[in-house]
Design a protein around this ligand. Sequence first.
Ligand code: HXC
Length: 260
Amino acid sequence: NRWSGEYVHVSHTDSKVGLIELDRPKALNALCDGLMLEVAKALDEFDADKSIGAVIITGRGRAFAAGADIKEMLPLNYAQVAGGDFLAHWGRVSKNTKPVLAAVNGFAFGGGCELAMMCDIMYASDKAVFGQPEIKLGTIPGAGGTQRLTRAVGKSLSMEMCLSGEPIKADQALVAGLVSKVVPGDQLLNEAHKTAAKIAEMSQLTTAICKEAVNVAFESTLAEGVRFERRMFHATFGTEDRREGMSAFAEKRKANFKDC
Ligand code: HXC
């Protein structure tokens, strides 16, 4: 109900949730430049659209995404990748203001795992597999894999995955804290949508502040993070939505947030 590009389908539900489906089946949704540009375009549109409160990224077919496109990278030399700051634009996903949920339906390898980790919440199908196999290609993760995976699962498992290239299955990803829920494949989108729709019911102003505060935990000391959080908490008292939320509780009714 929105648009389909060469590699992605972009739609939304009537419950304020935007959906981006990666669909490049012949290459297991390998993340070529064109695909990432379409993802960025969809995120820009959803971020600017007041009717959208949360976004889901998922893959169609057997893969979430089997990584950056190896055939596209094969001919490049150092001067070309360093000179053009190759893949720098991938960071768009982690800069999204609205919450983004990754619904990982199958292979999430290399850049695919990194793309999922750029999202705010990760759910997995029981068939999902996560890996950073770049070492087998003579390279290393280049879109946050060594950093976000380590923060998510700790040093030993991250080192094991990055150094051996061996993947982990959904159940281990759950135990390790990489994903917050594993469900049968046919329920994945439904579960992701339920959570995204709940988030989309909140004040968009407040979800953006909350997401920013959680993300500061990855970039600051505890004392700085706690101070930032308190200032942001104070700032919510400058919004109408904070008054509405507390009034609704006191009056035993559902809050009607206006994003202001
Ligand atoms: C380009 C890819 C691809 C990729 C799969 N394909 N992954 N093409 N880039 N990353 C293509 C295959 O070449 C093949 O095309 C088709 O998709 C189906 O894949 P198969 O290998 O035949 O399927 P299967 O045997 O089921 O194996 C699935 C797989 C395997 C285990 C996921 O495809 C695989 O190992 N893929 C590579 C995973 C990887 O190394 N990812 C990291 C990439 S580097 P044809 O034309 O032969 O049918 C990376 C760096 C990130 O991501 C740096 C920063 C972003």
